[in-house]
Write a protein that binds this ligand. Structure first.
Ligand code: ADP
Ligand code: MG
Length: 732
């Protein structure tokens, strides 16, 4: 090796290692800034480089003031004529900047950005980008993007400005500089993708891709960069999933279940309704997988209300026929108890012993359940994550069922699987994801899909109301009560803005930010804040006194003790309570067929996925359901989002429409781990790419199972580093 080649190799190693250095190693990242970055989930240099722009401001089309069309967005190179800081109201700071070019005058109004007055000086050349308005005789812009240009903007031919996720403490401009520094310091890093794969799909090098995704020269360049990095993300994930799956079953003997025994037969006779063809198909798919001598990993997909639960009961009965045991885990106490209440009696009739275990199970009941689980007398134990505790020991667990699997983290799923030697797994989920993608995304998973609800005769309608016609929603609810039916009134979390919610900077209005904090995981019962409980209580009192005077109004929220929550739900189920005021603790899976109307207050605060889940609570029986969404928002985007709920009742169609439904993290079920492992990939849009990466990963592992050859060494290292944390929790 010549001296320079040696040196180059050393440099490359250095740059590669620099990727995983703490972010403080990047120029200009002080401990204080590192702390702020931490809030964005950025701890290492690699994290900083994958803090990809959320969007771009396309300033590549440059115009002059005279030519700029009113009502259209455009970019202009102008010079600052005058800057005035105004305070029309005591708490409103407004900066008015007059700018000029050879063709005219433009007046800029910037709200809540008093620092602009310090930064902009008369005579400076700046680029401004925004929508052109016309008022009081002048062309104007409100809160445009403004960037100072060096050298009088001699080189300025338009540009594309990346907008990175940033925090109050690190503004967009600083974030760009930090990312730029990180790019420079890791420039020579090794590209983990083998050249053959890069050539096959004409992918950019890693170095170019990173540079172009952060600082593209054209929008097309950005798209190409994204394609390369997205492919890499999925390929690494696929490799990780496939290797991990293999490791888990290595050297273990999978259970072979008896699936046509007396318990399964007895259950068929006990089911109080006729299963739909799709349910029968799903049942047969699952039983076939359980009977096979390989570990089953089956995903049962079906929109809310399609009747997944009863299908899973057959798997439970097969376990009893096989003389082993099953654990059935649900994400909330209410849901776990509901499954026990609904399936329990059916299983009893079929001779399958069962019990339930949650955080609020009494010590005595708990001891009994655990004892019969350990000595093998108990066939099925329903429960919440309480099932994961150490003293929950099975005699012989051969099946775990996880309801609403997307609500659990990989670690929780792994912990439940560890309750058996090599149990089969059945996952139930309502997260819409097309068949081909599910197969690709989950590696070795098999899958059944239920599309039709059992009651095609019970239609469901959704209405959006403004505050002024809120009365219509109450009328509909009162009419339902009059018919002896029941009503949900759902209140969201109120008021509290997340302390680290992104502040609106010079980038203009950004609805995304608003939605980001509106769709926090409110289903977590512990998320309930005191103020919100009060709001729900006030609402209940108001409804009882003013609206549902003749009917009983009950309330359930996360701060109620479990026993009380259970009591309220039982009374609602029994029809003693007509109107249930609830926070989103009812979101997941609650099943009261007589409840036909749901009113959602401040509906714009929910993501569409949550609203759709909520909607699944009504129209579950033979009676038609109605959902009334009430919103005081004046944002057109928010109203447009809500009206999508009116237009379609199909979860999958909504998913195609709404980002909140497309969180890849939800589909992989690692919400608990904060950021999704996949940052760039969109499972709806990137179907082709996912399929390709899946096939490539399979081929690579076929060729080199340990990823030990020179060609794949870098890839193996990368997969290890990127998925290190995930692997640790999976126990890989
Ligand atoms: P999900 O798929 O959302 O979990 P559930 O399993 O809770 O849905 O089922 C929704 C409702 O439909 C329940 O009340 C269930 O008893 C009922 N159901 C399920 N299958 C049928 C069927 N084939 N005929 C009639 N009702 C059914
Ligand atoms: Mg369910």
């Amino acid at each position: 090796m010549s001296r320079t080649r040696e040196q180059r190799a050393i440099d490359r190693t250095k740059a590669t290692l620099a990727l995983d250095a703490p972010v403080t190693s990047v120029r200009m990242v002080s401990p204080k800034r590192a702390q702020a970055l931490g809030k964005l989930g950025v701890a290492s240099v690699r994290d900083l480089l994958s803090n990809y722009p959320r969007r771009y401001i396309d300033m590549s089309q440059v115009s002059t003031i005279a030519v700029a069309r009113i009502g259209e967005s455009c970019t202009m190179k102008v010079s600052v004529h005058e800057v005035k800081l105004k305070k029309p109201k005591p708490r409103l700071a407004l900066t008015e900047v007059t700018v000029v070019d050879e063709t005219g005058v433009l007046i800029i109004t910037a709200f809540r950005q008093p620092w602009l007055a310090d930064q902009l000086k008369a005579g400076m050349t700046v680029a401004v980008s925004g929508k052109v308005e016309f008022n009081y005789g002048f062309k104007r812009m409100t809160n445009p993007y403004i960037e100072a240009l060096d050298d009088g903007g001699a080189d300025f031919h338009g540009m594309i400005v990346p907008v990175h996720p940033s925090t109050g403490a690190i503004k967009a401009g600083m974030m760009r500089r930090l990312v730029q520094n990180a790019l420079e310091e890791t420039e020579g890093a090794l590209d983990p993708l083998p050249v053959a794969l890069r050539a096959k799909y004409r992918l950019m090098s890693r170095k170019d891709a990173l540079s172009c995704i952060h600082f593209p020269h054209s929008m097309d360049e950005q798209i190409q960069a994204r394609r390369r990095l997205a492919y890499e993300e999925v390929l690494l994930l696929e490799l990780m999933l496939m290797q991990d799956g293999k490791r888990r079953s290595e050297g273990r003997v999978p259970a072979v279940h008896t699936v046509d025994g007396p318990h399964v037969k007895a259950l068929s006779e006990e089911v109080p309704f006729k299963l739909t063809d799709e349910q029968l198909q799903a049942r047969d798919d699952i039983l076939a997988k359980m009977a096979a001598p390989e570990t089953a990993n089956h995903l049962l997909l079906g929109d809310v209300g399609t009747g997944k639960t009863i299908v899973s009961a057959f798997a439970l009965a097969a376990v009893a026929d096989s003389g082993s045991q099953a654990l059935f885990m649900a994400p909330t106490e209410i849901l776990a108890r509901q499954h026990y209440a609904n399936l329990g009696p059916l299983l009893d009739e079929a001779g399958v012993s069962n019990a339930v275990l949650t955080g609020s199970t009494s010590a005595e009941e708990r001891a009994t359940a655990l004892e019969s689980l350990a000595d093998g007398r108990l066939d099925v134990l329903f429960g919440t994550h309480a099932l994961l505790e150490n003293d929950v020991v099975c005699n012989d667990c051969t099946l775990v069922v996880i309801d609403e699997q997307q609500r659990f983290g990989v670690d929780q799923r792994a912990a439940l699987l560890a309750k058996g030697t090599c149990p089969d797994a059945l996952y139930l989920t309502a997260t819409p994801i097309p068949r081909s993608l599910a197969l690709a995304l989950f590696g070795n998973l098999s899958l059944s899909y239920i599309k039709e609800r059992p009651h095609t005769t019970a239609p469901r309608k959704t209405f959006v109301h403004t505050l002024s016609d809120k009365g219509e929603a109450y009328d509909a609810a009162l009419a339902a009560c009059g018919r002896g039916e029941q009503v949900y009134v759902v209140c969201p979390l109120i008021g509290e803005k997340r302390p680290d919610a992104p502040t609106k900077g010079s980038e203009g209005q950004d609805d995304e930010d608003v939605y980001e904090f509106a769709s926090i995981a409110i289903e977590d019962e512990s998320d309930m804040l005191g103020g919100n409980v009060r709001a729900a209580e006030d609402e209940a009192a108001f409804l009882q006194a003013k609206v549902f005077v003749d009917y009983e109004v009950g309330i359930v929220h996360g701060k109620l003790p479990a026993a009380e929550k259970q009591e309220v739900m039982d009374r609602f189920r029994a029809g003693e309570i007509s109107v249930l005021v609830a926070t989103t603790v009812i979101e997941v899976g609650v099943d009261v067929p007589n409840a036909t109307v749901m009113i959602v207050e401040d509906a714009d605060r929910f993501g569409l996925s949550q609203l759709h889940q909520l909607r699944g609570r009504v129209g579950r029986g033979t009676l038609p359901g109605e959902m009334h969404l009430i919103s005081g928002t004046r944002s057109e985007t928010a109203l447009e989002r809500l009206s999508a709920m009116e237009r379609t009742d199909d979860g999958f169609e909504l998913a195609a429409y709404d980002l909140s439904l497309r969180r890849e993290g939800d589909i992989l079920g690692n919400r608990q781990h904060g950021a999704s492992l996949l940052k760039l990939v969109n499972v709806i849009r990137d179907g082709g790419l996912i399929g390709a990466a899946h096939d490539d990963a399979a081929a690579i592992l076929e060729e080199d199972p340990g990823l030990e050859s020179d060609q794949y060494k870098a890839l193996a290292r990368e997969a290890r580093v990127v998925y290190r944390s995930a692997q640790e929790v999976v126990g890989g």
